[in-house]
Design a protein around this ligand. Structure first.
Ligand code: MTE
Ligand code: MO
Length: 318
């Protein structure tokens, strides 16, 4: 977000037929690939459900997998888009623990294996809209965050949910210096209101393209909130806390005039340094041939989420 350093590579130029084949493949074989490519512990729990929110699947090509896993924002592994795939390959995602704390009847520390047993996995195809005005369409594998949170029985004081990424400078070079990590005060933290966290579109993802998450995409477990700018979708989560007060969030703390707590996608609210009216579609050609599309309010999910914000003025979405 601080830097915009797009690069052109051979992989940027993707033939339309590759998209079409890929999409057809996904349509026909998603069940099979999702089941066969998940790790053994996840296969046991994997089922495929009717995909209620699959509105994009019929009219939007998926972003090629190679793009999804090589053009990343994960500042813990460097601030250039190509840094995470290089620097995260040896990231240890097992054993992995997530601590659940705060305003809930039940709390504790759980292994990833525990968490994967609680809920069946499903596929959700969502557009990811980065605040830097580009987007991808990604087939995630995961489960609704609500299904996970309900089991902890949040109390009436739980007004927000706060999330934290792993802090491990030994493994994450971006955390070793202010310079290398984009000036962020690590660990990366994010938060949602309890209503946002409980919304059926809010996903905890453990995979994409039918496989476990690559480290650069936030392995082993990350949030996906499709109607908000990408920075809300915090990666490699180790802590979930129910709170009464609005939690700190990394980007709003770093640049409060540029990034807000809500960060709902809104084409009419410009970033102070660029317009949000349209977006580059990643994977549709090199830098100068890339297609664009008009950005939609709530990234196209207004029908499902607008009621969450009925009392709030438009400009305050940011
Ligand atoms: N911990 C952490 N989570 C993060 C980020 C980050 O730098 N660190 N970047 C965010 C941003 S800006 C975006 S656009 C998405 C990118 O997700 P992807 O690389 O899987 O496409 O992750 C978000 N989650
Ligand atoms: Mo982003």
């Amino acid at each position: 977000m601080k830097k915009q350093t797009p690069t052109i590579s051979e992989a940027d130029v993707t033939d339309e037929t590759v998209y079409l084949n890929r999409r057809q493949l996904m349509k026909n074989a998603v069940t099979l690939s999702a089941l066969s490519m998940l790790p053994p512990h996840a296969q046991a729990a994997a089922k495929v459900y009717p995909l209620k929110y699959r509105k994009d699947a019929s009219d939007l090509p998926l972003t090629p997998e190679q793009k999804v896993i090589s053009y990343n924002n994960f500042y813990e592994f460097g601030t250039d888009k190509g840094d995470p795939i290089k620097n995260a390959q040896n990231f240890r995602t097992s054993p992995w623990h997530v601590t659940v704390s705060g305003e809930a009847e039940k709390t504790g520390t759980f292994t990833l294996e525990d968490i994967l047993k609680w809920n069946p996995l499903e596929e959700r195809i969502y557009r990811l809209r980065c605040v830097e005005a580009w987007s991808m369409v990604i087939p995630w594998v995961g489960f609704p965050l609500a299904d996970m949170l309900k089991r902890f029985q949040p109390t009436s004081k739980a007004k927000y949910v706060a999330f934290e990424t792993l802090y491990d400078p030994e493994q994450m070079p971006g955390q070793r210096s202010r310079f290398g990590g984009g000036g962020i005060n690590y660990p990366y933290v994010e938060g949602l209101t309890i209503d946002e966290a409980m919304h059926p579109l809010t996903l905890m993802a453990v995979g994409l393209y039918g496989k476990t998450l690559p480290p650069q995409n936030g392995a082993p477990i990350r949030l996906v909130v499709p109607w908000k700018y990408g920075f809300k979708s915090i990666k490699s989560i180790v802590s979930i806390k129910f709170t009464e007060q609005r939690p700190r969030t990394t980007w709003s703390e770093l640049a409060p005039n540029e990034y807000g707590f809500f960060a709902n996608v809104n084409p009419k609210v410009a970033h102070p340094r660029w317009s949000q009216a349209s977006e580059r579609i990643i994977g549709t050609g090199g830098l100068f041939a890339q297609k664009r599309r008009d950005t939609e309010l709530y990234n196209g999910y207004a029908e499902q989420v607008a009621s969450l914000y009925s009392g709030i003025k438009e400009n305050h979405f940011f």
